[in-house]
Design a protein around this ligand. Structure first.
Ligand code: GLV
Length: 326
């Protein structure tokens, strides 16, 4: 008999087909995130779960699932939505989708850098509002991107891919991470390791590429903004909770920094109301990995993880291999 998998939201067709070929699949019929009670109800009697970053899989949900649930394939690289320690304690394997979304997320980071610096959204609104009356020497002056300093907070896969793109803009790339990268890796993208405060002080664009963990929760707040240049921009395509959004609003209002490009929010999907009124910020609805190609690859990868698990293998992207005694 085929294993019973619950998919918490419809995925690209190719992924649904692969899942349906291998499992008995049930999917959330609504085009919205499941409410807590619905999620608790739906996990019951499932062998596996295909979950999204918008599903909080905590002790309560795991308890509702009971002993039958053996594996959770998360449809994202970040897995801060899952209490992995609690899953591990219950011997439930957890997988993610690393790698396939790296370039797509890095592309969006560059789009935000260019967008805030060259005031793309403001300019577009201006044209649509019928205000464009001809070329002007002072119309929508922004900041150059080329030749500026990019500060990467985090130099993992996505940070590195952003550095690679920045080379094409002749940017100076600085990074900070918990560990210094291999010199060869630094050299490939001409990135220089600096301490955290130097990164904050020197960056013209500070871009966040660390995972959300207890250590990085509200990692950037009042102190960090006060160290940044008044001409600097904050870019966040990682996780909203890494930034203290209230303190970001204060820093923007008081011109401690020049602007921000945000794809993620502290209380997502809620956005701090003050941000909605600011022209110097670009706000996106968490679309870092949102290309047809990448979302399809992520779906196939999550499905492959489930398939491997039920074949008795350690899934290729298992984040808690301890479950298998590894
Ligand atoms: C997207 O935010 C992801 O973690 O994949």
């Amino acid at each position: 008999m085929k294993q019973n998998i619950y998919v918490t939201r419809r995925l690209p067709q190719a992924a649904m087909e692969l899942l349906e070929k291998n499992f008995q699949v049930e999917c959330n019929p609504f085009d919205r995130v499941l409410h807590r009670e619905e999620l608790r109800e739906q996990v019951k009697g499932r062998d596996g779960l295909l979950a999204l970053l918008t599903d909080r899989i905590d002790e309560e949900v795991l308890e509702a699932a009971g002993k039958q649930l053996r594996v959770i394939a998360n449809y994202s690289v970040g897995f801060n939505n899952i209490d992995v320690a609690k899953a591990t304690a219950r011997k439930i394997a957890v997988t993610n989708t690393p790698g396939v979304l790296t370039d797509t997320s890095a592309d969006l980071t560059l789009a935000l850098i260019l967008g805030v610096a060259r005031r793309l959204v403001e300019s577009d609104k201006y044209v649509r509002a019928g205000k464009f009356e001809g070329w002007g020497p002072l119309l929508f002056l922004g900041a150059d991107v080329h030749g500026k300093t990019l500060g990467l907070m985090g130099f993992g896969r996505i940070g590195y891919a952003v550095a690679k793109r920045a080379m094409g803009f002749d940017m100076r790339v600085l990074y900070h991470d918990t560990h210094r990268a291999d010199p060869e890796r630094e050299k490939q993208v001409q990135a220089q390791y600096v301490d955290r405060d130097t990164l904050l002080k020197e960056a013209d664009f500070l871009s966040i590429h660390v995972p959300l963990t207890p250590e990085t929760d509200r990692f950037v707040g009042a102190r960090e903004f006060s160290l940044m240049k008044p001409t600097a921009y904050l870019i966040n395509t990682a996780r909203g909770k890494i930034i203290d959004e209230g303190e970001l609003v204060w820093a923007l209002k008081n011109k401690e920094i020049a602007g921000a490009g945000l794809d993620v929010f502290e209380h997502e999907p809620a956005v701090h109301p003050a941000l909605l009124t600011m022209d110097q910020v670009i706000l996106l609805p968490h679309i870092g990995s949102a290309s047809i190609e990448t979302r399809t690859k992520m779906g196939l990868m999550a499905a492959e993880n489930l398939i491997a698990f039920f074949k008795g293998q350690v899934p290729p992207n298992c984040v808690n291999p301890e479950v298998f005694g590894k």
